[in-house]
Design a protein around this ligand. Structure first.
Ligand code: ZN
Length: 182
């Protein structure tokens, strides 16, 4: 339990993913960015995505754990703490990126949860996707209870699993990957 897991846990997950990925032979350039001002208009991600100009980008954020009273599962989906990182389908997600994340999780035997996000994801993925001429964008979320309160709660296993998933995803990329959905 801590305050500000949203989104200091993202910085941990991304750095841990980099550490794991550094032990593999990558066939892509891998860039990590820690963004500011996400909560007030995705501002840091807007400038960072423009500067990095990525072919593919994955945002790391929290999502509402719904295994507690008073959370609308119809709105936020079925999300359990300890159930693994959360992946998403919807307009903000490149379908190929999502399928590759699913494949990476399956191959590495990392359990994950899938929810639908019909519109804005409320994360940096939303602005990264529309950077320059468009970026193939994905989102890996960690379940969090009591978001935006001083007593945010998460499961540390979900953090490690999210980092392993991201490293496996990066290891599977090379210049031949086509992100245009078939
Ligand atoms: Zn937030």
């Amino acid at each position: 339990m801590a305050r500000g897991f949203d989104d200091k846990m993202g910085a941990f997950v991304v750095m841990e993913a980099l550490r794991i990925a550094s032990r593999r032979k990558l066939k892509c350039a891998l860039v990590a960015v820690s963004t500011v001002q996400e909560e007030i208009g995705l501002r840091g991600a807007t400038t960072s995505a423009f500067s990095v100009a990525p072919d593919v980008a994955v945002a790391v954020d929290v999502t509402h754990g719904t295994d507690q009273p008073d959370v609308d599962k119809k709105r936020f989906g079925e999300v359990k703490l300890g159930g693994g990182p959360v992946l998403h389908r919807g307009a903000n997600m490149n379908a190929v990126v999502t399928e590759r994340l699913v494949k990476a999780a399956t191959t590495k035997k990392i359990s994950y949860q899938m929810i639908g996000v019909p519109g804005a994801s409320g994360t940096d993925a939303w602005t990264m996707q529309l950077s320059r001429g468009g970026v193939a964008t994905g989102l890996v979320s960690v379940p969090l209870r009591y978001m935006h309160t001083p007593v945010e709660v998460l499961n540390l296993k979900d953090l490690t699993a999210a980092a392993e998933l991201l490293a496996a995803f990066a290891a599977g990329l090379d210049e031949g990957v086509d992100f245009i959905p078939q």
